[in-house]
Design a protein around this ligand. Structure first.
Ligand code: INI
Length: 154
């Protein structure tokens, strides 16, 4: 018989850190609120959610590493919004944030979730920040809950 392992969505007793980038905060505030709302509705106590603001998505990985290594949290959610403009900055910031967060996750004992939007336009970002394409911050919080519970089964 196949032994299937998957994480459930009960988050009671979890301690979760959120690293949020202030750049494009019209978007990231909504994503952050979505994450917090999801965590609370799945049983995380408000006082067990710690929110760390960093200037931009580029700064997320270094802070995520410190937070993940602190041993204080069961999981980490990284939130940012990198929006393509008339500058090559987009690719550099998006690539570094993506690579950096993946690396932190690979080297960490706790799940590190990628909740960074990379979009071509503000409209696309808004669609994913609580309008017609849902709230990717909420989705990131569900993912961290699932992964924390999955890791308990390994
Ligand atoms: N940071 C973002 O989070 N999103 C962006 O779209 C962005 N763009 O396009 O420039 C951005 N840049 C700032 C960067 O993350 C750093 O904060 C900055 O370079 C200082 O290190």
């Amino acid at each position: 018989m196949v032994k299937v392992h998957e994480g459930m969505l009960n988050a009671e007793g979890m301690k979760i850190a959120i690293i949020s980038a202030r750049f494009n905060d019209m978007i990231t505030k909504e994503l952050t609120q979505g994450s917090i709302d999801c965590l609370k509705r799945h049983g995380v106590k408000e006082g067990d959610i710690h929110l760390y603001w960093v200037p931009g998505a580029f700064e997320i990985p270094s802070t995520a590493r410190k937070v993940a290594e602190s041993g204080k949290f069961d999981g980490v959610i990284c939130i940012g919004a990198v929006i393509r403009g008339a500058t090559p900055h987009f690719d550099m910031v998006a690539n570094e944030a993506t690579k950096g967060i993946a690396q932190v996750g690979m080297n960490s004992n706790v799940p590190v979730i990628f909740g960074v939007l990379t979009t071509d336009s503000i409209e696309q970002a808004l669609e994913r920040a609580g309008t017609k394409a849902g709230n990717k911050g909420w989705d990131a919080a569900l993912n961290v809950i699932e992964m924390v519970n999955l890791n308990k089964n390994i």
